[in-house]
Design a protein around this ligand. Sequence first.
Ligand code: FE
Length: 207
Amino acid sequence: MTDLFQFDKDREASSAAKVRALEALLIEKGVLGSDSVDAVLQHFETMAGPFNGAKIVARAWVDPDYKKRLVADTPKAIAELDLPVGMTGAEGEHMAAVANDEDVHNLIICTLCSCYPWPVLGLPPYWYKDPVFRARGVREPRAVLREFGITVPETKEVKVWDSSAQIRWFVVPERPANTEGFSEEQLASLVTPESMMGVALVAAPAP
Ligand code: FE
């Protein structure tokens, strides 16, 4: 996927080093307080992140009526749960859930840029912004999904949802096998951000 956009192999480490240098400089120059950096980090560690999405998915798995409400009116259904405040804050406006089932697999992209439901998924991974992923996700979603390790059977429809400033999608993946009797907390621990983007399935735990 990165043939046209040769990312350096040390991209993550080198980006982190650049950010640290920039942060140090901005603090030294008095542009930024170190407490404001901490506040942003803490926000994404405790308030906005995939841990919220995982709780929503787990509730949808144990309560079919909740799942229906979640798909019908996502913000209203999210408000039913005891989640951090700010679920409708930055990048949380107009969130909408789509549910995978035996007939449909859903994939989320943003063809224009990188619109993403921050409160329930956190910040998007860098490849979500990759122009090749954004273009191919629409043109040949099955091929892209195969590269992520999912072969969707031909009998199953693949739906691609284009997030934008007007609507930010996330996926309710299918509940895996071997989870009968699991608590909501145990179920939530299985849910990955990738599964809520539609590029992964939730793996079944060992029986
Ligand atoms: Fe966008």
